[in-house]
Every structure is written in structure tokens, then in C-alpha cells.
Design a protein around this ligand. Structure first.
Ligand SMILES: [Zn+2]
Length: 498
């Protein structure tokens, strides 16, 4: 990494490219539309009136350089090594006159916090926390068409591990902080930037530890984090899903035990056979449907956007006579909808045997279970034990379970501002509360009374989202620029006095 100065020079050129791209995204009528190749997300609406924090064009160019530089700093977790990325952000902030503070959590692992003050005495209950994690998941390099840590730009996309999850959000949060600072915005609440470690593993350097060690530095009443989507479909934003709740991950070991022996003389208690039978039964098990208030509102809001047939069954989900059939239709149509309606069980690992010719004494499978908030693992384990109905097979709940948190409220000013700005920015599309099947740092925050909402502010297609944690992760640059616009407007609406 060559430091920030070089980055700024590059930013000038980059800014021009980004402007051209984002203007091209305005579609017909844009002055430059005819001169540049349209980006992949052609059709994104442009900015809606004057930006509250001034013209963000040059800042968007800077942010693109930050995102590229952050991708180039390999923070694959494990081991994470987030310190280098934290120090990079520290230098950017220092140059902008924002005073950041490093929060050491483990060797090589540092979180970073920075605060823009509204008054001499902080009121944590009002403060807004902008959260993003520094670490990324690993890559299967052979399956990528570009170097995952080179931050390559191709056909209007920026490629790299973390291009969406979550370095785009990190760079966007940085941009919003810098925009507030450059505009000398009059804040009505503190705005706190927090870059966290170890989100992907949730281990000893995670937000859990930050909350335990540094709560006074990050205490806030509200938070914006990853986890919800601006759904781009057919070149248009279809709807916006704001994560207000999440499912809880629990691992359960399925352990079959029998007598070890020579494979030439098989016995009836071979644990490989008993485990296989158990896993097959689990694979066919359908958990009951439970609605949470958020899921109910999500499907109500989504129904008018779907085909008549799917919309009809979404509306019938909660009816006594047709609900069961409706749930089946919706579950079959879409694995994500299925995961919103019920606890899910995915067998993810199998482990047995030491030699080709030895019957092992033990065979194990791992079940990754995602519980709806409010459901308990004990009840499900009881159901599965009955289903397996085999004294040689035991279920063992592992200790690495996530924590169930209450949902964030849908009735406060912050949620109202997110909803208002998101609808404004995308031509009045529905903004729906969302319960994500995946886990984020927000659960820990919600358990500490923070009203935390998840929204990647970038319009993204399902195809782009699928690449997160997969191969060739990428973000359309026009969407990244739009995300900076969207998030800065949300934060200005909530935290800036006009
Ligand atoms: Zn993430």
C-alpha cells in the first residue's frame, strides 16, 4: 500500500470515470449518456434534487479509491489481520481532520472508531453508529477469473473479495463521515463510525468483545449495518428490504456410535450406516411455519410486486384455511422465502472412518440450523430425536450458537427516515422490513438496546448478491456511487439539523 497521497491523485481520474458512469445511469436525456458505454446497471435513477451534504462527485471518486485499496489489503478471516485495513482508514480520517481511535482486540486485529460530535456532552441514546466489518471470507482462487485482491475494474464492475461484503459498506461509511466533515454539517446527534473485526467467524475479536471492552466508545441508540438489500431486477429497483431482525445460527452434531471392527465382518451397529439413515430422515424433515411480525409485513408488502399467482398465495399465508398450502407454494418458489418462514436445517459436514477396511466406532454429521428468533433449539432437537428414533444416534448442541435478539422497532424516526429516503431515491418503490436468514453484528447490538437496521445501500441484482462469499464477487461502480448518495441522504435526514 502506497499510502493516501497516491490515492488522492488517482482519485481525480477515477472521479471523472465514476461521474461519467453514474450520469450514464441516468439514462436517456443525460448529456453524457451518448458518449460512454452504459454500465451494467443502466436505468438506476439519478439523484433526487440537491444533495443535503453538497456535491458528492469528487468524494465518490475518493471512495472508489478507498474501496480498491481496502480490497487490496487481504483481510481473509481466519486469520483476519484487520489491523492494516484499520490503519489505512485511520490515515484517511486523519487527513480529513477526523480523529479516529484504534481499538485493539487481539494480536494483529484492531477495530477503529471515529466520532463526529453534536455537542460537548454526548447523549449515547441518540447517537447513530455506522458499522461495517473489515474482515472477508476466504477465496477459492482457481475459480476466480481475476485476482481476488487486485481490485480489477472491468465493464463497469469493480471485482474483488469484499467488493460488496463488506468493504463497499466500509468505504461508503467512510464517505458519509467525510461528507459530514467537509460540509461542516450541524449534527443533532453524534455520528460514530465503527469498523469491526472477525464478523465472518464471530470469534474472539468480534463485536461481542468490542461491546464488552469498549462500550463507552461505541454506545448508540441507533445503528446502520449490512444485511438488507436494494433489489435491482430487470434494470430497475423493485423494492428495498431493510433488515430489522435476523435468524439465529446453531450447530448441532449428529453422533452415531457402534463397535469398531474389521470391515470384512460387518455388524449391525455400523455407525456409518446409522448416521446415514439419520441424515436422510433429517433431510426430508419439514419444520412448521411460524410468522414473525416482520415476515408478515414483508410478504404483505411484496405481494403486489409479484405475479398474480404468487401474490395471491403471499396474501393467503396467514389464513387458516389456505395458509398451509400457501406456505408450501411460497417455500417451493424461493429458498430465501422458505428460510423466512421456518427454522431450517442444513447438514453441512460428514465425518467418519480412518481406514478403508476398518469400521469406525463413531460417525458424525454437522447440522447448521437457522432458528427463527423466538424458537428454541431444545424443542427442535426433541423433534429430531423422535424422528431419528435410533438409540445409537445422539444429537449434541454445540456451544457456538448465535444469540437471539429482539427485532428492531419499525416505529422510530430512524426507520421512518430510512423508509422515506429509500422510497424517494427509487421512485416510490415499496420499502419493506426484512428478517435475514443470515447473521450480522446487529444481533449483538440489538441485545444492547441499539435499534440496528441492515441495508447495503447499493442497488444490486440477485446475481450480484449471489457472488458474495462466492467467486468473482463484484460491485457495479454505478451502484456503489448511488449507495454513497443514498446513505448520505439517510444519515443527513436523521442526524443533520437544517
Ligand atoms: Zn458481511
Amino acid at each position: 500500500m502506497n499510502g493516501i497521497r497516491k490515492g488522492v491523485r488517482k482519485a481525480r481520474v477515477a472521479a471523472m470515470t465514476v461521474v461519467a458512469m453514474s450520469m450514464a445511469a441516468l439514462g436517456p436525456g443525460s448529456r453524457v449518456a451518448a458518449q460512454v458505454a452504459p454500465p451494467a446497471t443502466n436505468g438506476l435513477p439519478g439523484t433526487q434534487g440537491g444533495a443535503p451534504l453538497g456535491d458528492l462527485t469528487s468524494l465518490s471518486g475518493d471512495a472508489k479509491v478507498w474501496l480498491q485499496d481496502l480490497i487490496k489489503i487481504n483481510t481473509t478471516n481466519p486469520p483476519g489481520n484487520e489491523q492494516e485495513a484499520a490503519k489505512y482508514i485511520l490515515r484517511v480520517f486523519q487527513k480529513e481532520g477526523i480523529a479516529p481511535e484504534e481499538l485493539p482486540v487481539a494480536p494483529g486485529r484492531t477495530s477503529l472508531v471515529a466520532r463526529l460530535r453534536s455537542s460537548a456532552v454526548a447523549d449515547p441514546s441518540k447517537a447513530l453508529l455506522l458499522v461495517a466489518h473489515l474482515d472477508v471470507v476466504g477465496v477459492d482462487k482457481a475459480k476466480w477469473t481475476v485476482d481476488p485482491f487486485a481490485a480489477t475494474i472491468k465493464d463497469g464492475y469493480l471485482y474483488g473479495r469484499g467488493a460488496i461484503d463488506n468493504k463497499a459498506m466500509l468505504a461508503t461509511n467512510m464517505a458519509v463521515m467525510v461528507a459530514l466533515k467537509r460540509a461542516n454539517a450541524r449534527l443533532n446527534r453524534d455520528v460514530i463510525f465503527l469498523a469491526t473485526d472477525d464478523q465472518e467467524q464471530g470469534g474472539d475479536a468480534s463485536i461481542k468483545i468490542l461491546i464488552a471492552k469498549y462500550w463507552d466508545k461505541i454506545a448508540a441508540g441507533f445503528a446502520l449495518n449490512e444485511g438488507g438489500n436494494i433489489v435491482l431486477d430487470g434494470g430497475k429497483v423493485k423494492y428495498v428490504a431493510v433488515q430489522a431482525s435476523e435468524k439465529v445460527s446453531v450447530n448441532v452434531a449428529v453422533v452415531a456410535r457402534g463397535t469398531s471392527g474389521h470391515a470384512s465382518m460387518p455388524t449391525k451397529d455400523n455407525p456409518v450406516v446409522h448416521l446415514s439413515a439419520a441424515v436422510e430422515k433429517i433431510g426430508g424433515f419439514v419444520t412448521p411455519v411460524h410468522y414473525t411480525a416482520i415476515v408478515r409485513r414483508y410478504f404483505e408488502g411484496l405481494a403486489p410486486l409479484e405475479s398474480d399467482e404468487v401474490g395471491k398465495w403471499m396474501r393467503a399465508l396467514d389464513t387458516g384455511d389456505r395458509g398451509e398450502h400457501a406456505a408450501r407454494v411460497i417455500s417451493d418458489a424461493n429458498p430465501q422465502w422458505n428460510a423466512m418462514l421456518r427454522d431450517t436445517i442444513a447438514p453441512t459436514m460428514l465425518n467418519a472412518g480412518v481406514r478403508n477396511n476398518v469400521i469406525p466406532a463413531e460417525a458424525r454429521a454437522n447440522l447448521n440450523i437457522r432458528l427463527l428468533p423466538g424458537d428454541t433449539i431444545d424443542g427442535l432437537v426433541l423433534d429430531l430425536t423422535k424422528l431419528i428414533n435410533d438409540p445409537l444416534v445422539k444429537l449434541d448442541v454445540q456451544t457456538d450458537a448465535g444469540l437471539a435478539a429482539p427485532p428492531s422497532s419499525l416505529e422510530n424516526d430512524f426507520y421512518a427516515d430510512i423508509t422515506k429516503i429509500a422510497a424517494q431515491e427509487f421512485g416510490g418503490v415499496p420499502v419493506l422490513p426484512y428478517q435475514s436468514p443470515w447473521a450480522t453484528d446487529s444481533a449483538q447490538l440489538r441485545l444492547h438496546n441499539v435499534q440496528s437496521y441492515g441495508l447495503w445501500p447499493f442497488p444490486l441484482t440477485a446475481e450480484d448478491l449471489q457472488r458474495m462469499h462466492g467467486n468473482d464477487e463484484r460491485i457495479p461502480l454505478a451502484s456503489f456511487v448511488k449507495g454513497i448518495d443514498v446513505e448520505s441522504r439517510i444519515v443527513a435526514e436523521f442526524a443533520v439539523t437544517r
